[in-house]
Design a protein. Structure first.
Length: 405
């Protein structure tokens, strides 16, 4: 009989359109991992908040995967920083709507989900696996404020979970530093959707073209990126093009391909036509964009992993990324891309200029990027690894249950 696994992804609906405020790397990770586990016979249900009122309460995907949406008294979008207060209602509704005893493993995603996972573990004696996706302590190390409540909760989750999944070695070391060496951590990379692969004939544009994909937030480095391009606009005779994917549809004027936010609009002034905001994109559209790009830029202040960097490399495209967090492990500096100091538009502009003017370097980095992606960012192998982890925890849980009898 195949295992049944319950994913808890409170704010990350795996079937939400990517690129919005709460629809990014976590949503994609949850969806792709569920599908990869589905392929090897594991049935996965994903519990998430009912953020889109027009979506059904239950929705199938893959062969046997399901999304189960929980309103918790508020059907409709709710910022994740306000979800803490609805967790008791969230948990009660989970218990009312599904049979928690029917699952073998609970796998929580992000700290809010981790708290729900601890409730399930304690009440139903189910093994808990936890993936953080981002850590409050990482935000602090990047000089970004993190709330004390989150830090306390994360420490409790990391110490209480039966197994913690770190997506990079850097994240594992940070977890030990933050929560102690007794945390049971294993490193399991993130894979990429098979749609991200090099095209047989790469459709690179005539002029150097760079791409960014992500939320239009300060911590994603969008302001650093625009400042770097402003410098290039002033100093470069051959101004490269920048295509920015992501942001909510309401945040972008898709006709003019410009941001609606006034400070972003001001930064783009004078570079209209050279910088295009194209809004949220499908995975297929992003794969095409990455294949056309000279390089994909990931200028984040911090990243536990850096999904976009992995996807770009899978397309055979070199990456310019901040030398922080998991990006240091995902991008091999000088081999598959270039790492730069975060929040440094001068160094970033120099890296962009280097790739814009050295096509042979771009080709070499891209070739090595594709090979690295095939080796490390493979969902099939990641699913097999996690299946072994689930199996061990299920066996240990069963043994303890029999002892209790």
């Amino acid at each position: 009989m195949g295992k049944r696994v319950l994913f808890i992804s409170d704010h990350g609906d795996p079937l939400a359109k990517l690129g919005g405020e709460q629809a990014g790397g976590q949503n994609n990770y949850v969806k792709q991992l569920a599908l990869a586990l589905d392929d090897i016979g594991i049935k996965v249900d994903v519990i998430t908040h009912w953020s889109n009122p027009e979506a059904p309460m239950k929705e199938n995907f893959g062969q046997k995967c399901r999304v189960i949406r929980i309103a918790a008294g508020h059907k409709g979008y709710m910022p994740k920083n306000k979800m803490y207060r609805i967790l008791p209602a969230f948990y009660q509704e989970i218990k009312n709507k599904i049979d928690l005893k029917s699952y073998d493993i609970v796998h929580s995603h992000y700290w809010l989900s981790g708290l729900l996972g601890l409730y399930v573990k304690e009440e139903y004696n189910l093994p808990l696996v936890h993936t953080s996706h981002s850590l409050g302590i990482a935000k602090i190390e990047a000089n970004v404020k993190a709330e004390k409540r989150r830090l306390r909760a994360e420490k409790m989750i990391l110490q209480g979970a039966d197994r913690v999944i770190a997506t990079t070695q850097t994240e594992k070391e940070l977890i030990f530093k933050f929560a102690g060496n007794d945390v049971n951590v294993e490193v399991s990379s993130i894979g990429v959707d098979p749609v991200f692969q090099p095209y047989i004939k790469r459709k690179q544009t005539a002029a150097p073209t760079f791409a960014f994909a992500g939320r239009l937030e300060k911590t994603k480095g969008i302001y650093t990126l625009l400042e770097a391009f402003k410098r290039l606009h002033k100093t470069s005779k051959r101004m490269p093009k920048l295509i920015i994917a992501g942001g909510d549809e309401e945040a972008v004027d898709l006709n003019k391909k410009l941001p609606l936010k006034s400070d972003l609009r001001e930064m783009v002034k004078g570079m209209e036509g050279k910088i295009e905001f194209i809004g949220p994109q499908t995975q297929e559209d992003l794969a095409e964009l990455f294949n056309k790009a000279t390089s994909v830029i990931v200028p984040s202040y911090y990243e536990s992993f850096g999904m976009v960097a992995a996807e770009a490399q899978a397309c055979g495209t070199p990456v310019i990324a901040s030398d922080v967090g998991g990006l240091k492990n995902v991008v091999s500096d000088g081999e598959t891309g270039l790492l730069t100091e975060p929040k440094d538009p001068i160094e970033l502009s120099m890296a962009i200029h280097e790739l814009a003017n050295h096509s042979l370097l771009v080709k070499r980095l891209g070739s090595q990027a594709s090979k690295r992606a095939k080796k490390y960012f493979n969902w099939k192998e990641i699913a097999q690894q996690l299946n072994k982890t689930y199996e061990v925890l299920k066996h240990v849980s069963s043994s303890h249950a029999h002892v209790g009898d």
